[in-house]
Structures are given as structure tokens and as C-alpha cells.
Design a protein around this ligand. Sequence first.
Ligand SMILES: [Zn+2]
Length: 421
Amino acid sequence: MNKTATTCPQCHSSVPFNQGYASWCECGWNVGIPAQWTDDKTMTRRYERMQRLYQAFADAWTAGQALVKPMAAVITALLTLFVTIGLAAYVALMIYLFEDPFFIGRGLAIILLIGLYLPIAPLVSFAKQPYSVTRKQAQRTFEQMDRICSVLRVRKVSEIQISESLSGIRLVQPLWRRKRILVCGLATLAAQDPASFTAGIVRELLIAKRNRQSSIDIAKWARDLLQTAYDVIVGSGALPSSESSGSVDRAQYSRSLRMMRRQSMIRMLRVFTFPIAVIPQSMHYLLNRSLQVLEHGVVYRANRSTAKLTGPKPLEQYLTTLSLAESLQFAQERLSETASPQDRLRAMADKMRTLPQRERERQLRTQPEDELRRPLLNWQYDLLRRCVQIDETPSSMTASIPSVSMSDWSAVSRELEASMA
Ligand SMILES: [Zn+2]
């Protein structure tokens, strides 16, 4: 006989059982913080901080208030300004040294120039995805995109790229570029749901718009610059960043780096470099902390606006698709390396159809969207539910997002799939 129920070891109540999937219980058994986070104290602290922020949003919105975090904005702005002035001084020093008649001055200037290259690259360069779709190749898709952009009053998307590893949708635009690239994860296509696909795009465009307007983008750049400064000073790539703690490669790398350092002269040098490195390190810590508060706020607000524009259901569906990232990724990685993108799409779509409801719920509660750089999906889902109860129906909006018909969608997915051929 197949087992259909099991007992929760924590509260001893009976919970459903699905062969091959983790069982969980409302009391919190198997639906807590991911294990790799509880092992990491920095990650746990960050989680708790972000949980308090989520709670603050929930309380404020339920009471019909807007939550503002002026301190986080002030600290972010001040540190960004400080970094910008610091960089300007660095460039000025470099130019000054180049005018030095002696070779020592020029040598130093060249060293400074090499150091400058590192933080500048991410301002202009795009990470290349394997499949890109241009306006010419996909006219119907871009027609839909342009319509969405004009309702949101944002600049048009220049190119679409499809990523096999990404689970959601991301708008990429380096600070100094006018070109905007929308990167879509295969999973969002596999869902075959035009409404949730549209909601995902709307949400991403709103997040990007808000990040630009509130200078979050430039603050992120300042944060990267501080990280680079720290790395250059201590001669490593090992700033204690909780974002990278999940990666095994990175852990191994830092371990061997630590070993090397113990045995080498670098340890001696660190006596001198450490006091200097503390400056960018503590600034990075402070900036990162305030930025997280602002970034999470942007995501929550973007979700709320998206729900008003597209209706809440499609966005809920989109968040659910994001929560399945791990399962879907596993489904496509099981295929052989030579499998076509179409096969991968089909494998993901099959997985999405066959996943038990109970397992979907577990994933939504436990899967992060993007480590903790964005709020946990269940926090987003919960706040979205609260907003729906508070906010009026979309009729209060002057313009709403045009819905994508099934024939439009099949044209769009045909065009996108063709680009992967
Ligand atoms: Zn229980």
C-alpha cells in the first residue's frame, strides 16, 4: 500500500506524504530557512534583518501607511557621494603623477591606471547570454514589449536574450549604456503562460525604473568599487561577503588562499595593509546594509504596482514559477549535454505540470528568488496578498497593461524559440 501520510517529528500531527519529495508541516518543520543559511552566521543575521523589514512593510501596509526608510537612503547617498569624490581624487592624482618628470611618478600613475580599469568594466559591459533576439527577428514580440514600455513610460527594450540558467526575467542596463537588454530565463517560457510572462516583464521594468530614479544603480556601482578597493589592498578576492557563501568553489578557493597566505610574506604585508583595508571594508558593510533595505523596498513596491497594472493573479503565478527554479533547473540538467533548447523547454514544462501541489507550496515557502538580494518569495507572495485586500481594483488606474491573447503568445513563443534553433 502506498504511504499517503506521515507524522511530523516536531508537533506529531499527520502531514501529507509524497514519494520522492520532502514532507513538511505548518509548524515549521522543513519549511524554515535553507540549511546553508543557518550554518552561516552572517547569512542568518542578514535573514533576520530582512525578516524584520518584511514585517515592517506588512504592518505599515496593513495600517494603510507607506513605509519609508530615510536613514537607509541618507547613508546610501552619503557613502555613494564619498566614493565618487574618492574616485575623482584618485583620477586627479593619476593625472598629476603623469606630469611628473621622473619615471617613478609615471610608474605609479600607470599602476593607478591599471587599478582603475577594474571598477570601470561593469559600467559598460553586458554579460553575454547564448541566445539573443533582435527587433528584426521577432517583430510580434517587440510590438508587445513596446506596448508595455509605453504604458509604463519607460524607454524601449533594445534586445531580448534567453538564458538557460536564469529562472526569471531581468532587465540589464549598465550605468553608462543606453542599450537595454531583457534577459528571460527558459523557465518563464516553459510556463507557457502569457499573463504571468507579461507580469514578470512589467515587474522587472518597474524595478529597473525605480533603481535608476532612486540612484540605487549608482550606489551598487559604488559598492562594487569598494569591494574592488578592498581586494586590491589586501591582494585577494575574499571580502567576507555572505552573497558568495553558498558557492563551494568559492569556499575552496578562499581556503587555499588562506593556506597560501599563512605561508607567505603576504602575511607580513598585511600588518601594513590591514589598517588601510578596514576603511573600504567598513564602508562596504554599511553601504551594503542600507542598500539591501532600499532594494527590498523597491521590489515590494514594484510587486504592488504590477498587481495593480496586470491584476494580482499573473504576478502570483510568476512568483510561483520563480520558486520552482531549482526543480526546473534539475529537470533540464538531467538531459544530456547535446539536448536542444526545445528539449530543455519541454522537460521543464513537464516538470511544472507534474510537480505535486504540496511540493509547489513548500518551494514557494523556502526558495529565495536570488539569495537574499531580493526578498524571499514567500514574503513577496504574502505582501502581495495583503495588498490585494487593501488596494482598489485596477479601474482606478488610467492605463492598464494590454493583455496578451493566446494567438499573440504563440507568435511570441514561436519567435523566441526560433532564436534558439
Ligand atoms: Zn509539525
